[in-house]
Design a protein around this ligand. Sequence first.
Ligand SMILES: Cc1ncccc1N[C@@H](C)c1cnc2ccsc2c1
Length: 114
Amino acid sequence: CAKKAKTPKDSNNDLAACRMLLSELEAHQDAWPFLSPVRHKSVPGYRKVIKKPMDFSTIKEKLTNNLYLNLETFIIDVNLVFDNCQKFNEDDSEIGRAGHRMRRFFDKRWTELL
Ligand SMILES: Cc1ncccc1N[C@@H](C)c1cnc2ccsc2c1
């Protein structure tokens, strides 16, 4: 079917949804490993293994600088946070479990927006 044209209103709605979703992620009790960039100097191997680091503060910065075209591009970056977490951390670890809980929470919230 023909793609719906994006109006400025749609973009503003997407932006408001991104801001709301991000503030909920930041407020989550399991957000602590993801609030700021992983300091690769204090996490051996991180820079080698994780090609595209991402964290909630960087997403907030990008949102503020209008670098997300729409909800989809925002969701891609949020999923990058969780994919990096799964790649580097054992599922059965503090950070690994936090990542799985945060991903489950996020998937539930954004699908409720559809
Ligand atoms: C998301 C992630 N993946 C792999 C390694 C680190 C991190 N998070 C950082 C903030 C971090 C960095 N250092 C520590 C020390 C104990 S928990 C924790 C969390």
